[in-house]
Design a protein around this ligand. Sequence first.
Ligand code: URA
Ligand code: CA
Length: 441
Amino acid sequence: MRMYDLIMKKRNGSELTTEEINFFVDGYTKGTIPDYQVSALMMAIYFQKMNKRETADLTMAMVNSGNTIDLSAIEGIKVDKHSTGGVGDTTTLILAPIVAAAGIPVAKMSGRGLGHTGGTLDKLESFEGFSVEMPIEKFIEDVNTRKIAIAGQSGDLAPADKKLYALRDVTATVDNMSLIASSIMSKKIASGADAIVLDVKTGSGAFMKEEDKSFELAQEMVDIGNSVGRNTIGVVTDMDQPLGFAVGNILEVKEAIDTLKGQGPEDLTELCYTLGSYMIMLAGKAKSAEEAREVLKHIIESGSGLNKLKELVEIQGGNPEVVDNPELFKKAPIVEEVLAPKDGYVKSIKADDIGLAALVLGAGRETKESEIDLAVGVVLRKKIGDYVKAGESIATIHANDMDKKKSSEEIILKAYGFSDEEIKAPKLIKGIVTKEGIKKF
Ligand code: URA
Ligand code: CA
């Protein structure tokens, strides 16, 4: 097989066979096929696209390019949740305990990554002493005995994706549905889940800004999952404003604790009920989303979700008392309000700018080496549709430095848009995507 022929074939609009896809992914991972030929192929794929079969083949070739995690020693159906990424998204810290409390094994491998705030691992390290490093044997044992463990991604998962994604990033070939969907799904499948619930964000703070494109991406990923034997459902959800109120690590953990007590923000609570219900259904523990929701309601009302978080914190080395007494968390030295410049209804809150306002405070990583301050961040006081009077607080900044506080404040003031007319809050759950197709709500 020659790479030249594959490039020409795709350039001319033909399908690549399974063997041809395996050939280039394998050769690129090993370094026997050079960047310039793979770049040319990516550009050909960008213009000529790939069909469903090619997309699933590419996904599995990337899965098989490195290690995969074998969770077969864990009893039951392992359901994972994946979010395409948003601002202030604290759902994992709530979903993992409530789903585990429903008796479903939660074997979560999480990342840190770059972003406005840290990832799930950083947030969990808000509990002093919490450790995300553990041998796979302990991870499996914890899930078998307690239904929950959260660990850092170990090993070399989907190395082909790592290489291809970096190449696409510098050759203007990221933006293709098949390439994005296979990239995300390869990492999920390599992590060993039997079933996957995808939270595909849409709006100003999402990777996919347009709703139709978000549904298209969700369908592409759902089709990959189902065609390789992973029961997969996609939920398209709003990211036109941050989720909940808090954006920042400890601030979000506190918000998650409130939500587990039944006192969380409405949107965050609703999203957890929706995603959690599908997770319970895919695990075969409920026949309908309504039945699953009742299970989750009971878990929150009885406090068993909160207890599960305490158990997780304790077994992984943190102090579970902090869950009952969040006042024990580290606090930022500067806490100041951002005041509304005029009267009106909040019309828009650019989610990625609020993320940036948290990032400049030190809540996230700009480079892999950046140090995070877990205590800093932004807590919104007003969301889209709320009425505000001039001089009233729209957000609270938690900072460790006055200059950073000032930059953050400027960004927040620019992120908010106001209107004299009444504004309706955006719909949170835009629809669901299954192998049967798209259902918009
Ligand atoms: N996120 C990924 O992991 N891969 C892509 O291609 C795009 C977004
Ligand atoms: Ca939040």
